[in-house]
Ligand binder design. Structure first.
Ligand SMILES: Cc1ncc(COP(=O)(O)O)c(C=O)c1O
Length: 382
């Protein structure tokens, strides 16, 4: 199990921050890299000629390493919504088919299809939030539902952002393949913490941002795109998506064919090197700590939390169905309206999400944080 990494962060001892699922704090080294990168932007003449390519490669490699991908299958994008919009443009959902989504899933993997359904003649099939939080069983049942229209795609989060339910991607992926359906995974609350290997999972798209669990800035996200989806028209038309359009050439539009890898989907203005380097470093730090070690630490912390909050009449999800790093608790009647503020008054931070309190520790938290959280939570409730 990974040791506590608090020293790598700018986190005062009296702050009990259990809200990584909202915003991961930037490690000190990532902040420093950001400051140095801003200074570099102040002196662009100092940049070596190969600097842009080396930055793109570094970020692509760091993202790929967290998900078992090859760097050439990863696109540099700005947000999960951007990645889903690429999928919306690239994948033709047949008329009369259905697209599976999760009830109350985050907007990013849902709204793209909601917006397209009527015009393209397909329907959304929404898997209801199961009372026991066993999303996997609910999704498998929806995939195989007799009499339902043919399934074209499941566009779902792998960990539900509000209740912390963890989906078994291998089982769902296998069922989708059997049904001949495509798989888009919003892995926002997964990458870096649970094991993900796109080489065995073989989804069509797997997308994640950096600003939560992988300790990077806003405005940076990554999309794994399966090779069978690398022949589409990108969202934006850029020179660098093409094989031979270069300002330094004497002929500008020399070869306008797209690259035959995921680079064709890279976002416009990908050369925001300040955020790109910060994103790369955050992901490299996660990789250096090791996914199983991180997962073990966070499972230990949420286990202690579940124990400490155990006899308060709260709805605490079963460890079998919840993510190792998120504990989202329901209240017997309802959460007092100012409950998060009561916690924050004691410098204890967690997020109200759809009536629950979502508690999400990361590698900077320790047992003392958990004890403090439980103590302040109990006091705030009474
Ligand atoms: C499941 C999930 N997906 C995506 C996002 C962020 O989406 P985007 O990068 O499109 O802003 C969030 C943010 O809370 C999320 O919880």
């Amino acid at each position: 199990m990974l040791a506590c990494q608090r020293d790598a962060f700018d986190l005062p001892r009296d702050v009990c921050y259990l809200n990584a699922a909202a915003w991961g704090p930037l490690p000190r080294a990532v902040q420093e890299a950001g400051r140095a990168a801003v200074a570099r932007k102040g002196q662009p003449w100092t940049l070596a000629g190969d600097f842009p390519a080396s930055q793109h490669d570094r970020a692509r490699r760091a993202a790929a390493a967290l998900i078992g991908a090859e760097p050439r299958d990863v696109a540099l994008i700005s947000s999960v919504g951007y990645g889903v919009a690429i999928a919306g443009k690239v994948m033709a959902i047949p008329r009369g088919a259905r697209v599976l989504v999760l009830q109350n899933d985050h907007t990013s993997p849902v709204l793209e299809w909601m917006g397209r359904a009527e015009a393209q003649g397909f329907t959304l099939d929404t898997v209801a939030q199961p009372a026991d939080q066993d999303w996997t069983t609910a999704v498998l049942a929806a995939i195989a539902r007799p009499g339902a229209p043919p399934l074209a795609l499941a566009s779902i989060s792998s960990v539900h952002w509000s209740d912390g339910g963890a989906l078994d991607l291998a089982r769902i992926g296998a069922a989708l393949k059997k049904a001949g359906a495509a798989f888009l995974i919003d892995a926002t609350h997964d990458v870096g913490v649970r094991h993900i290997d796109v080489a065995t999972l073989d989804p069509d798209f797997l997308i994640f941002p950096t600003y939560k669990w992988v300790l990077g800035p806003y405005g940076r996200a990554f999309a794994y795109v399966a090779r069978r989806r690398q022949d589409g028209v990108p969202l934006e038309q850029t020179a660098f998506a093409r094989r031979g359009v270069s300002a330094e050439d004497s002929v500008y539009f020399r070869d306008t064919r797209y690259h035959d890898d995921a680079r064709r989907y890279d976002m416009g203005e990908r050369d925001h090197f300040v955020s790109l380097e910060m994103a790369a470093l955050g992901m490299e730090m996660m990789a250096s700590w090791g996914q199983p070690e991180i997962e073990a630490r966070l499972a230990m912390l949420t286990g202690r939390l579940a124990e400490g909050l155990g006899n308060l009449g709260l709805a605490i999800p079963d460890a079998r169905h919840r993510a190792p790093h998120i504990l989202s608790v329901g209240f017997p009647r309802s959460m007092p309206a100012d409950f998060p503020q009561r916690l924050a008054a004691a410098k204890v931070y967690a997020a109200p999400r759809l009536g629950r309190l979502r508690i999400s520790p990361h590698v900077y938290n320790d047992e003392a944080d958990i004890e403090r959280f439980v103590e302040v939570f109990r006091a705030a409730l009474s």
